[in-house]
Design a binder for this molecule. Structure first.
Ligand code: GRF
Length: 202
């Protein structure tokens, strides 16, 4: 399956998805990395790895206009699935509807706990003993949508938001390629949920 990864920053999850795709039995390939931040560090890595990139600053464009530009690039690259990986931008309803069931996101918490930003601070402030990460299908609401997979990460004494973020990243890098591979090969066991999300698009 042909996959695009949308990033705004470091792109370590993009790298994890890309390197996993080089395994001979991987059912997806990364055909485009796109960003709303032209100097996102992840873009330099994608370029160095020979992956086509598209970058365009979103400033000055309405959300739907910007998303239409991205959408046109996805169409041009014959993309079948879109993986958000640190893409720090809400998507327009039209974009979400047209990619319903084929657009996923990774979030650094055990959703539905701790949506949005500053997740690790919130986990530590709440005194939780475990956190983790979640891959879910994208629906119009932020960090919502059917959960495709989760991984658990223990909180340890002395953790700071930074140490926790680092450890959650390790878990993300394992989880995301696996869940994406399951989704594109139809083995997620969420067919009913997928059907419901696709129905949103009708
Ligand atoms: C990850 O923690 C992801 O869960 C969140 O943004 C972060 C992106 O990190 N949505 P990276 O750019 O993949 O390193």
């Amino acid at each position: 399956a042909r996959v695009a990864v949308l990033i705004s920053g470091r792109g370590s999850n993009m790298a994890a998805l890309l390197y996993a795709s080089h395994a001979p039995d991987c059912p997806y390939e990364i055909v485009l990395v796109a960003s709303n931040v032209p100097d996102a560090p992840g873009l330099a890595l994608a370029r160095a790895e020979g992956v086509p990139v598209f970058a365009r600053a979103h400033q000055g464009l309405k959300r739907a206009e910007f998303d239409a530009i991205i959408d046109a690039e996805l169409e041009r690259a014959e993309v079948q699935y879109v993986a958000l990986a640190g893409y720090m931008r809400l998507l327009s309803e039209g974009f979400v509807a047209s990619w319903a069931g084929r657009c996923l996101n990774i979030h650094p918490s055990l959703l539905p706990l701790h949506k949005g930003l500053d997740v690790h601070e919130a986990v530590l402030a709440a005194g939780e003993t475990a956190t983790g990460c979640t891959v879910h299908l994208v629906t119009p609401a932020l960090d919502d949508g059917p959960i495709l997979g989760q991984a658990r990460v223990a909180v340890i004494a002395g953790d700071t938001p930074e140490t926790l973020a680092d450890r959650v990243h390790y878990a993300e890098h394992q989880l995301y390629p696996r869940v994406l591979a399951e989704l594109v090969s139809g083995t997620t066991g969420v067919d009913a949920q997928l059907a419901r999300v696709r129905a949103l698009a009708l």
